[in-house]
Design a protein around this ligand. Structure first.
Ligand code: NAG
Ligand code: NAG
Ligand code: NAG
Ligand code: NAG
Length: 823
């Protein structure tokens, strides 16, 4: 015969109830007590000999909960409260419980402290105060503090649990360890659990971990592999408490419930941008020894904001309860985020931070911390659905207010001629409002000009009575507003998921590593960047406002480091473009930016003249890094350039597939062609890949290109040829020492480079020297030595191929920036 703890608890509860009742009803109470005892005996007898436990993942029995670090801050603030709520929900549902707080200090010292913590737990509103008092009392009786330091302590814990199971004649359902300790202790504790505290067979083991899960990709990988030695993947529950926030947990269900409204608009054609913002008003005083090693990107963006981004952009699962599908779809979108570089982030640090660091870490006054306390990152997702849609992730400390939200802002193509207040002309947005800020409750807001969201269950209710506030630019009355019927703490929610074994609100090892894979390169590229200093609070003004420029992000306001009057005289006129002679040809020289401006203007002038005369402009461009700034200038500033009448040819190409980064055509496409309106058939990449092979003589690629030139370009004379010069004096892909035939009649040839990839295709001098205009572009301090030598040497095809650039009937101009010219 089995008497379970549940039945004991039940008797105990009724007994307590009777003591607390008024005298008037005491006899009734005792009578009902007797009835209950009688009924209980009947059920127990009926059960007799039939005590077979039910098998399965969730078999019923006894559950032992251990919070390691059970008297720490997190446990005190959230965890015991969460487990108490779990207990309230589960009492009488079949399982029985014991709770243990584990810690490093001895039990006689800490037990009183522990019970002080437990006394603070509370019930939700729907539990009467009487019932709450009883449940709390039971919870306290089921809880104890234990020292958990050495392996023996863990072995003793295991013995204690087994003894209790035996004495009570209970089956074990599972053991839950919540590690609320610094991450460096995880591997050791996991090892102790594995070696001495695994439950009896058939019962589950769940071990809960809190961030940080590593510091970068490498350390996360090391920690993951250490843990894998002691725990199976399905035994680990990595918490991101944002996933327990009701509004965050509702994102996927909302997307699924409102599929018919969202499907047509949840894409690049309709979404203007996505913003995920978590602002905090507090500083990090007291946590600096931790924070200074992490900073805001590791503390917030790598985990919370990334998780929210995946929920918003992942493919909604067919089956929301399938953890496997949810985690797999998340992983897919995580791996589709385009790499983040320095240009996709701005960082800041609140002014007082550095002195707080000096104080807390006991550093001298000249110690400078570069740890960012604010970051804004611009991500893009490499999926057709979201192509070009900016995803902004922003978080920081010491900002003007505490608030968290994700907003999907939609494009609005309606123009209201008269009534700009018409609903059609208002912003169209969906806001997932996590809490705090002006709106005092978590909510999902949908602009009324989008659609009225469905809510399929009674856990959420619509808010129709509004105070006069505005949320993200719109008065609240412009939204349909839904809020949880009852607000619940994230930890209460997540603890119930752990208990139910629902893994979809936790971070799998694979997803964790994918996230670090995304963030680690950005973190390294920012490692020595100076954050912008901001005063904190409302004084920040527009200092942290952000400007999206294509795929890059910058602060709107320039930081003034030295005011103009400190610079001593006006200097803006002293950096002019100068004209001169170099190797007896014309030379234009200036600082890099002005030089690019001039070169771009000269190309446009040549283009307009050619189009005016013959209706077409033939431009041949070389590879290398020098022309990149030119390409950007042409794409961003020359909107009247006659691209429709321009044919773009290549001066040279590496023998690699066009899909590779080394391909000159690839670079040309990425930095210029895709940004301008040039007809496809005006673009002429060199045919380096024919018959599935690269630059093979018999494939006659060079001849093919030459034929194309002869066919389209009058007299095979390009209007403009842009060339660079290498450190070794090569130009196009015509290298020193290679046997270049000066009298070569062919316009295009296969050549050999001394550096990899060796094989090239190139215009020959005979093509270059037929051109109407040739520009030789030389930039950067690194080229100064070469420029100096070039200014002295005689024409020498073998050693200095570039000296052979001598247009027969055209004009040669050198464009040399000051760095290259003056060193
Ligand atoms: C746990 O420990 C046992 C030895 O006690 C070992 O065989 C096993 O591989 C460890 N890890 C896991 C994940 O069970
Ligand atoms: C959804 O997934 C859950 C958990 O894996 C499973 O129990 C359930 O049967 C699935 N439902 C459907 C309709 O496939
Ligand atoms: C702070 O640093 C100074 C010198 O570096 C040392 O003498 C002192 O003991 C340190 N104090 C603390 C609290 O670490
Ligand atoms: C081709 O070039 C020749 C010589 O430069 C010129 O006389 C002729 O007009 C050009 N033809 C066209 C169609 O532009």
């Amino acid at each position: 015969m089995v008497v379970s703890l549940r039945q004991i608890n039940f008797l105990q509860r009724t007994f307590r109830n009777c003591w607390e009742e008024t005298l008037l009803r005491v006899w009734m109470c005792w009578t009902s007590m007797l009835v209950i005892v009688f009924l209980l005996l009947v059920t127990l007898c009926a059960q007799g000999g039939n005590g077979e436990e039910r098998e399965g993942a969730q078999r019923q029995g006894h559950v032992s909960v251990m919070i390691v670090g059970g008297t720490g801050d997190l446990a005190k603030k959230y965890l015991w409260q969460g487990f108490f709520r779990l207990y309230i929900n589960q009492v009488g549902q079949g399982n029985t419980f014991s709770f243990y707080a584990g810690g490093l200090s001895p039990s006689d010292e800490t037990t009183p402290i522990f019970f002080e913590i437990l006394k603070a737990v509370s019930c939700s509103k729907d539990v009467s105060p009487e019932r709450c008092a009883i449940l709390k009392d039971q919870f306290l009786r089921l809880s104890q503090y234990r020292q958990l330091k050495s392996l023996e302590d863990y072995q003793d814990l295991a013995k204690h649990i087994e003894k209790q199971l035996q004495e009570e004649g209970m089956t074990e359902a599972g053991r839950l360890f919540y590690l609320s300790v610094p991450a460096f202790a995880y591997a050791d504790i996991a090892d102790k659990i594995n070696s001495s505290c695994r439950p009896t067979s058939g019962a589950w083991l769940r071990v809960v971990l809190e961030k940080p899960f590593g510091h970068d990709f490498r350390s996360a990988q090391v920690l993951a592999s250490q843990l894998r030695g002691s725990l199976q993947d399905e035994e680990m529950y990595r918490i991101d408490h944002y996933l327990g926030k009701q509004v965050v947990a509702k994102i996927l269900p909302f997307r699924i419930e409102n599929k018919k409204f969202l499907d047509p608009i949840w894409n690049k054609h309709h979404i203007e941008r996505v913003e995920i913002v978590i602002k905090e008003a507090l500083n990090v005083k007291g946590r600096i020894s931790f924070y200074d090693q992490y900073g805001v990107i590791r503390d917030m963006l790598q985990n919370h904001l990334t998780e929210i981004m995946t929920l918003l952009t992942m493919r909604p699962p067919k089956n929301l309860s399938s953890s496997e599908e949810v985690l797999q779809n998340k992983l897919h979108i995580l791996s589709s985020v385009l790499p983040l570089g320095k240009n996709q982030a701005v960082i800041g640090q609140y002014q007082a931070y550095n002195s707080e660091v000096q104080q807390e870490l006991n550093k001298t006054k000249d110690h400078v911390s570069l740890t960012p306390t604010f970051a804004a990152v611009l991500a893009h997702i490499d999926e057709a659905q979201y192509e070009g849609v900016p995803v902004l992730l922003i978080s920081g400390k010491m900002l003007d207010e505490r608030v968290g939200y994700a907003r999907i802002l939609f494009k609005n193509d309606i123009f209201c001629l008269e009534n700009h207040n018409s609903i059609h002309c208002k912003p169209k947005q969906i806001v997932f409002y996590f809490g705090h800020g002006r709106l005092q409750y978590p909510a999902i807001l949908v602009s009324k000009n989008l659609f009225k969201p469905l809510s399929l269950n009674n856990e959420w209710k619509e808010v129709t009575e509004h105070t006069d506030i505005s949320v993200l630019g719109s008065p609240i009355s412009d939204y349909y507003v839904q809020t949880p019927a009852e607000q619940r703490e994230a930890y209460v929610e997540l603890i119930s998921h752990i208990y139910a074994g629902r893994k979809n609100s936790f971070i799998s090892t694979e997803n964790l590593l994918a996230s670090w894979d995304l963030w680690t390169p950005l973190l390294s590229s920012l490692a020595s960047s100076f954050p912008r200093i901001y005063p904190g609070g409302v004084d920040n003004g527009n200092l942290l406002d952000i400007h999206l420029k294509g795929t890059a992000i910058t602060y709107i306001s320039e930081e003034v480091i030295i005011s103009p009057d400190q610079m001593g005289g006006t200097s803006s006129n002293s950096f002019q473009v100068i004209h001169g002679k170099f190797r007896s040809a014309d030379m234009v020289s200036a600082w890099a930016e002005e030089l690019m401006e001039r070169l771009a203007a000269d190309i446009q002038e040549a283009a307009e003249a050619a189009v005016h005369d013959g209706g077409v402009f033939h431009l041949a461009l070389s590879g290398g890094s020098s022309p990149l700034a030119l390409f950007h200038r042409l794409a961003l500033h020359h909107f009247s350039f006659p691209w429709r009448n321009t044919h773009v040819w290549m001066v040279d190409e590496r023998c690699v597939p066009q899909t590779e980064l080394e391909s000159n055509f690839h670079t040309l496409h990425d930095h210029l062609l895709q940004h301008v309106r040039i007809p496809y058939y005006n673009i002429h990449p060199m045919p380096v890949q024919l018959n599935q092979r690269l630059c093979v003589e018999e494939d006659r690629g060079a001849q093919l290109y030459e034929k194309e030139i002869s066919k389209l370009v009058n007299g095979s004379s390009f209007h403009f040829v842009l060339l660079g010069v290498g450190y070794d004096g090569h130009t196009a892909s015509l290298f020193p020492g290679s046997k270049i035939d000066a009298l070569e009649e062919n316009l295009v040839a296969l050549t050999e480079s001394p550096v990899k990839p060796h094989q090239r295709m190139s215009l020959t001098f005979s093509a270059i020297n037929r051109a109407h205009k040739v520009a030789l572009l030389v930039m950067g301090k690194g080229k100064h030595e070469m420029v100096t030598q070039l200014s002295r040497v005689k024409d020498n095809l073998e050693k200095w191929p570039v000296t052979w650039v001598k247009p027969a009937n055209g004009r040669l101009v050198w464009y040399i920036d000051y760095d290259a010219l003056l060193g």
